[in-house]
Write a protein that binds this ligand. Structure first.
Ligand code: NAI
Length: 248
């Protein structure tokens, strides 16, 4: 086993599918109990079932991460169910792409509310428990787009860049209590989020990736486990690009 998380509890947002699901499964395989948060009950449950089938322990929580009330209630429930949380992975995120000139107020704020506010709400809700136990690992899922920008994704790029500033501030604020906060910046990963890209555009993207392929959700999961595990105890406030070399 590369990572040993036996006896720990990981809370993963957006665990119903894609990268979040791979992260939740990887934690479970490494021995952690997992709180799977997803917008829909069905998705959260199906992640829990897959984990249970693989012999792991998990519970499902349906919540809209853009609502601070729902996030607070979810964290309260998870802490009551598991008695503690050791790792928070702020993974859930959305895109609402469009050229800036025509971008609606709604598309702008929906992306910021989910991708940025969601991470803030969960981090705040768990901060008391982390500070009290004088330990905790926070991993935020940003994006290469937060570093290099992208035409048609001003809202998404802004949210993912903001997450990096958030990561560094949280890292500084909590460091003296043994809590670390880092970010993973995935490149293009094969999930529902990227499956709709036109074939021609995919080829163009691949030409910009030195490793010449899209990544798999588990490529991100392994980086998250590293940052959440004992090997990364002296790493905080960092951004780990997992992008096939795209942004080197
Ligand atoms: P996905 O669309 O397959 O999954 C996103 C998950 O987040 C879903 O389970 C969805 O239900 C959940 N979610 C969205 N809004 C929510 C809300 N308001 N409340 C609760 N849950 C909500 O996306 P994917 O590809 O797995 O992405 C995961 C994260 O990785 C996102 O933050 C995304 O921005 C980021 N990312 C993905 C890349 C990719 O190429 N797939 C590249 C870079 C970053």
């Amino acid at each position: 086993m590369n990572h040993d998380f036996r006896g720990t509890v990981a809370l993963v947002t957006g665990a119903g599918r894609g990268i979040g699901r791979a992260v939740a499964l990887a934690f479970a395989r490494a021995g952690a109990a997992v709180a799977c948060v997803s917008r829909t009950e069905a998705n959260a449950r199906s992640a829990v079932e897959e984990i249970a089938a693989a012999g792991g322990a998990a519970r499902a929580y349906a919540a809209d991460i853009a609502s601070s009330a729902e996030v607070n209630a979810t964290v309260e429930k998870a802490l009551a169910d598991f008695k503690k949380v050791d790792v928070l992975v702020n993974n859930a995120g959305i895109t609402r792409d469009g050229l800036l000139m025509r971008m609606s107020d709604e598309d702008w704020s929906a992306v910021l509310r989910t991708n940025l506010d969601g991470a803030f709400f969960f981090t705040r809700a768990l901060s008391r428990a982390f500070l009290k136990q004088r330990s905790g690992r926070i991993v935020n899922i940003s994006s290469v787009i937060g570093r290099i920008g992208n035409a048609g994704q001003a809202n998404y790029a802004a949210s993912k860049a903001a997450l990096l500033g958030f990561t560094r501030s949280v890292a500084r604020e909590f460091a003296s209590r043994g809590i670390t906060c880092n970010a993973v910046a995935p490149g293009f990963i094969e999930t529902d989020m990227t499956s709709g890209l036109a074939a021609e555009f995919r080829e163009k993207l691949k030409a910009q990736i030195p490793l010449a392929r899209f990544g798999a959700p588990d490529d991100i999961a392994q980086a998250v486990l590293f940052l959440a595990g004992p090997s990364a105890a002296y790493i905080t406030g960092q951004v780990l690009a997992v992008d096939g070399g795209m942004t080197m």
